[in-house]
Design a protein around this ligand. Sequence first.
Ligand code: NAP
Length: 238
Amino acid sequence: MNFQDKIVLVTGGTGGLGREVSMAFIEAGAAVIVTYRNAEEFGALAAAAQRIGAAPSAGMSVDVTDAQAVEKCVADIVAKHGRLDILVNTVGGYAGGVNLWEADARTYEQMLGLNLKAGFVLARGVVPQMIKQQRGWIVNIASKAAVDHGAGGALYAASKAGALALFDSLAAEVKEHNINVNTVLPSIIDTAANRKGMPGADFSKWPKPEEIARVILFLCSEEARVIHGAAIPVYGKT
Ligand SMILES: NC(=O)c1ccc[n+]([C@@H]2O[C@H](COP(=O)([O-])OP(=O)(O)OC[C@H]3O[C@@H](n4cnc5c(N)ncnc54)[C@H](OP(=O)(O)O)[C@@H]3O)[C@@H](O)[C@H]2O)c1
């Protein structure tokens, strides 16, 4: 896939999945702006891009739950590039393993902040610009837990289900504006953090972040214009 004329914002773009999404867009020739929280992780991404003779367009240290910071980030991108074509939001977090009545208020705030508020703040930040352009693609990463609500993960599931609803509604709202909005639902991804957390698991069954990245790039391509308001499962065979 060729993204040579595209300006892409990957939030959480140095994380387990985000890094592969950033790299895939960079390899496909896009101008990729990556948000990060850890400068070392952004340095590692830039070094990996350099090894294939490329580079991210910019790295920005942004808390995506902070509306002012996100507004500034989008304004800076538009000032430099004149537009913003694609947002892929890979920011999120997991907490679980306890029953709902044992979960604390801090975890509630964390789950709702990372998995729901971040999407709200980012959508508010980018959609007005995409409407102005009459062009755009948005992909939000939720989770299988958004549609499959098991025991021991109520706050996570509720926050991801909320995000799915949020982007579904957004999809309905922007139909007239040539903006595609879709959600991706991973189950467990083969990341370093998951391998460390579940050393006894069969890693071969877990979808690889680069495989999910390819699905995301397809959703952001001209070829996928007919996919809108969808929730795409990327569970592999798990
Ligand atoms: N991994 C899985 O098995 C799995 C399964 C289902 C769904 N998902 C979803 O897939 C997405 C990506 O998962 P992942 O495994 O790649 O997660 P990850 O490795 O933790 O990456 C998330 C990235 O977002 C950053 N971030 C966290 N809070 C932020 C904030 N307030 N502002 C800006 N950036 C922030 C993190 O930075 P720090 O590292 O500094 O915190 C990290 O770089 C998430 O939405 C996750 O919920 C993952």
